[in-house]
Design a protein around this ligand. Structure first.
Ligand SMILES: Nc1nc2c(ncn2[C@@H]2O[C@H](COP(=O)(O)OP(=O)(O)OP(=O)(O)O)[C@@H](O)[C@H]2O)c(=O)[nH]1
Ligand SMILES: [Zn+2]
Length: 343
């Protein structure tokens, strides 16, 4: 937008439009309150936000059911996909959200101005996808793990394209053992072989997951396989939202059908923004705590403000010498902390 000054008349028009908008929103909320009071809405039900579009939301009470387009009571702001809500169905097929439930956790991303904004809530696990190709370097995996740990959501490593693994497993085998040794779950997948997603289905069952990972590792391919029916994906959006201009950017909660009766189904929250989740806005302390195997040694260094560099009596560096902390992980740690310093 050009920086020219607005004329008085233009300013007046903008103010008028804004006032009209605010008035419309207030009137709508007032009508809702009246309808609520008059019992025009059904009983309160638990639900979950499937997608949000500005002032309206899609809400579903049961996994996989067709969502109901709901608006919000005036005092409710900042709901995101995955939020648990209490809502009431109206007679005209729409509904109203009357309260938000407690959040277990929330995934945030910086907006255009660099301010952190919540994009999804109540996620059980962040699936960090990496692949035999493009070859993962441990440093990148560590960055994802640290970012995931900072959200408080459990990270799980997903090694995709196992069909491309050399027979003996190559160097990746050692890398995976390192992460398993620290306590991380590692799931192997391939979209190219029969049964290549079996372990992934088991991991997804009964949980709400998000997929993250660098370009080309196969996130889209995996999600396409998990949601094979295009209709299913589009059908998850109610009629109105398909026309909504936020359709492509808003986070969407999908119900993942179970491949057979032996497995429960899962939920997936996905958006282009979520897939790009990465290391942002972390403090040195968050990075240190993100290396979970350091935990038993933190606070044991001789100096209380030890940064684990040249200081004598450093418990972290002693742990490396004793083989309790992998030197590559420590090298990653240093690289991440140094990158914070230079920001
Ligand atoms: N051999 C093999 N190739 C795969 C597998 N999964 C995905 N690919 C291929 O890897 C390439 C990248 O896959 P995408 O699904 O586009 O990767 P992505 O992570 O979504 O990438 P972005 O959209 O850039 O973030 C495609 O050519 C896929 O066909 C697999 O299990 N084995
Ligand atoms: Zn130290």
């Amino acid at each position: 937008m050009s920086k020219r000054k607005l004329s008085r008349q233009q300013r007046w028009r903008i103010e008028k439009i804004q006032a009209e908008r605010a008035e419309r929103a207030a009137r709508k909320a007032g009508q809702d309150d009246e309808k609520l009071a008059a019992g025009e809405y059904g009983a309160e039900r638990d639900g979950r936000v499937i997608a949000h579009f500005g002032r309206t939301l899609d809400v579903a009470s049961r996994a996989g059911e067709t969502p109901t387009r709901c608006h919000l009571r005036a005092n409710l702001e900042g709901l995101v996909t995955g939020d648990r809500v209490i809502w009431r169905a109206g007679e005209d097929g729409s509904g109203v959200v009357v309260a938000r439930g407690e959040r277990d956790n929330v995934l945030e991303r910086p907006d255009m101005r660099g301010l952190l904004k919540p994009v999804a809530a109540n996620i059980d696990q962040i699936l960090i996808v990496f692949a035999v190709e493009p070859e993962p370097h441990a440093g990148l995996i560590d960055r994802y793990l640290v970012a995931a740990e900072a959200t408080g959501i459990t990270p799980v490593l997903v090694l995709n394209k196992t069909d491309l693994l050399p027979d003996e497993g190559g160097e990746l085998r050692g890398l995976l053992d390192r992460y398993r040794g620290i306590g991380y779950q590692v799931v192997a997948t391939s979209t190219e072989v029969d049964g290549g997603l079996d372990a992934l289905y088991a991991q997804l069952a009964d949980r709400t997951s998000v997929f993250v990972g660098q370009s080309g590792v196969g996130k889209s391919s995996l999600i396409d396989r998990l949601l094979p029916d295009e209709q299913l994906r589009i059908g998850a959006l109610s009629e109105d939202s398909r026309k909504g201009r936020h359709t492509t950017t808003t986070a969407q909660l999908y119900h993942l059908p179970a491949p057979d009766e032996s497995l429960a189904s899962g939920e997936l929250i996905d958006s282009p923004g979520i897939r790009e989740f990465g290391l942002t806005h972390l403090t040195e302390r968050e990075v240190t705590e993100g290396f979970i195997e350091f935990a038993p040694y933190l606070g044991l260094c001789r100096f209380r403000d030890c940064r684990h560099r040249q200081e004598p009596g450093c418990a972290i560096r002693d742990a490396i010498d004793e083989g309790a902390i992998h030197p590559e992980r420590f090298a990653s740690y240093r690289r991440i902390v140094d990158s914070l310093d230079s920001q």
